[in-house]
Write a protein that binds this ligand. Structure first.
Ligand SMILES: [Zn+2]
Length: 46
């Protein structure tokens, strides 16, 4: 059974979070500052 893991994309410059990767952060205008982060869902019994 696969564990459910979510991915989110966080700008290392301003901390803005996006559901999809993009080359430029809309929030601070920085290019290539967004990195993929895996979010493990925890505390969920199922
Ligand atoms: Zn940003």
């Amino acid at each position: 059974m696969a564990k459910k893991a979510l991915l989110e994309y966080v700008c290392q410059s301003c901390g803005a979070v996006y559901p999809k990767w993009q080359g430029k952060c809309d929030s601070c205008g920085q290019w290539n500052s967004i990195v993929e982060e895996k979010v493990e869902q925890s505390g969920f019994p199922f």
